[in-house]
Design a binder for this molecule. Structure first.
Ligand SMILES: [Fe+2]
Ligand SMILES: [Fe+2]
Length: 366
C-alpha cells in the first residue's frame, strides 16, 4: 500500500474495485508455510487466551433466539444515532440531496442498516480467511493453537450475520470497495505479522467498537444477543493480535517498524473511507463523490464524534504495540491529522477481553 497524498480528496475516498459477477474472488498469496518442532508452551499470555477460547465456545444454531420477529423499521430507527453525521445532507440548503423527501431518508436509514450488517458479514469472512492463514504462517505453537480456535469463531460469525441478513432483513450489499481492497492487501502480503496487524489490530479493532455501538443502540432482542456473543469472541481476537505482535515488534529495526506504521495508517484511512458508504449512495441513485465533497466542505465536528469513536480500540492497541511512538512518532502525528489520537490512553484490549466474556457470564448466571 502507498500512503495517500490528500487524505480528504473525494477521488481517494470513493474508489473503484474490479468485481466480476462471479461468486468467488481470487487473491494471490505467497506466504511461507511454517512447521515448528518446538512444542514447548512458552507464551503464558497466549496459553491463557487459548484456555479461555476453549471454554467460551457457543453454538449459533441453539444459543440465539432465531424465532424472534424482527421489525425492520424499528431497527432502522434504533440506529439513527449511528448515521446522524449524514444529517447535514438533509439540513443544509445547497446539499446535493436537497430534493430528497422523508420517504427517501427513511429508505436510506433502512439501507444503511443492511449495508452495515453486510460489511460485518464480509469482514467476518475476511477474518476467517486471515486466521486460517495465520495457523500456517505464524512460527509459534501457542499462536497456532490459539488461531485454530479463532477459525471456528469466525466461521460462527459468518454464519450468524449471513443468516440474520437472509432471514430477517432480506437485503444484502456486496463488499464495500474500501473494505475489499483493504482485505486484499492484508491477505496478499507475505509477512505473517502483517496479516495480524491488518486483521486482528485494525479490522477487528474497528469491528469490536462498531459492534459495541450497534449493541448499545439496538433494542432488537436477537441482534442484541448475537452482537454480545460475537463481541466476546472478538475481544479475544484483538487481544491475540496485541499479545503476539507486542513480542515480535520488539525485535524489528526502525525501517521495518516504519513499514508497519504506514500499513496501519493506510488501513485506518480505508476503514474511515468505507463509512462514507459509497455503495449505498450508488444504489439510491446519488453521486457518492458529490456527497463526499459536500460532507468534507460542511464538516460538523460534533457529528463526527461517533465516527471517530470507531477508532477507540485501534489507537490504544497500537500504542501498546509500540508503533504509535516508534521512530519519530510518525503514526502519532498521522492519527492526529485524522482526528483519532485522543483515544491513545483508553483501555487496551489485553486488559479488557476477560470482562467481555458473555458466554462465561451467561453460564455463571444459569
Ligand atoms: Fe469475527
Ligand atoms: Fe474476530
Amino acid at each position: 500500500m502507498t500512503v495517500a497524498q490528500d487524505v480528504n480528496d473525494p477521488n481517494s475516498i470513493v474508489v473503484d474495485r474490479v468485481l466480476s459477477e462471479e461468486i468467488s474472488h481470487i487473491v494471490e498469496q505467497n506466504s511461507d508455510v511454517l512447521f515448528t518442532w518446538d512444542y514447548r508452551r512458552s507464551r503464558p499470555g497466549l496459553v491463557k487466551l487459548y484456555e479461555k477460547a476453549k471454554t467460551s465456545q457457543w453454538n449459533a444454531s441453539t444459543d440465539l433466539p432465531w424465532d424472534t420477529e424482527v421489525d425492520v423499521e424499528a431497527l432502522a430507527d434504533d440506529l439513527a444515532t449511528s448515521i446522524q453525521r449524514f444529517n447535514q445532507l438533509r439540513e443544509i440548503p445547497n446539499s446535493p440531496l436537497k430534493n430528497w423527501g422523508d420517504k427517501d431518508w427513511s429508505r436510506f436509514a433502512g439501507e444503511m442498516q443492511a449495508w452495515s450488517l453486510s460489511q460485518f458479514l464480509h469482514g467476518e469472512q475476511g477474518a476467517l480467511v486471515c486466521t486460517g492463514l495465520i495457523t500456517t504462517t505464524v512460527p509459534w505453537i501457542d499462536a497456532k493453537y490459539y488461531a485454530s480456535t479463532q477459525v471456528m469463531d469466525e466461521a460462527r460469525h459468518v454464519e450468524v450475520f449471513a443468516r440474520y441478513l437472509e432471514e430477517k432483513l432480506q437485503n444484502r450489499y456486496e463488499i464495500n470497495p474500501n473494505l475489499g481492497n483493504l482485505l486484499d492487501d492484508i491477505i496478499s502480503d507475505g509477512r505473517w505479522d502483517i496479516t495480524y496487524l491488518g486483521m486482528q489490530i485494525m479490522v477487528e479493532g474497528l469491528a469490536l467498537a462498531a459492534f459495541g455501538f450497534m449493541h448499545m443502540l439496538t433494542n432488537e432482542e436477537l441482534l442484541k444477543k448475537l452482537l454480545r456473543y460475537v463481541m466476546s469472541d472478538e475481544a479475544r481476537h484483538v487481544a491475540f493480535g496485541v499479545l503476539s505482535l507486542q513480542e515480535f515488534y520488539k525485535g524489528l529495526n526502525a525501517k521495518e517498524i516504519r513499514e508497519r506504521q504506514e500499513f496501519a495508517f493506510e488501513a485506518a484511512l480505508r476503514l474511515r473511507n468505507r463509512f462514507f458508504a459509497q455503495d449505498v449512495w450508488e444504489r439510491l441513485g446519488a453521486d457518492p463523490k458529490k456527497i463526499v465533497q459536500f460532507m468534507q466542505e460542511n464538516q460538523d465536528p460534533g457529528e463526527e464524534i461517533f465516527q471517530a469513536m470507531l477508532f477507540s480500540k485501534i489507537v490504544p492497541n497500537c500504542k501498546k504495540l509500540g508503533i504509535l511512538d516508534a521512530g519519530d512518532g510518525w503514526l502519532r502525528q498521522k492519527f492526529g491529522e485524522i482526528g483519532i489520537i485522543q483515544f491513545e490512553d483508553w483501555i487496551d484490549t489485553t486488559q479488557e477481553y476477560a470482562s467481555l466474556d458473555a458466554v462465561a457470564q451467561d453460564l455463571k448466571a444459569s
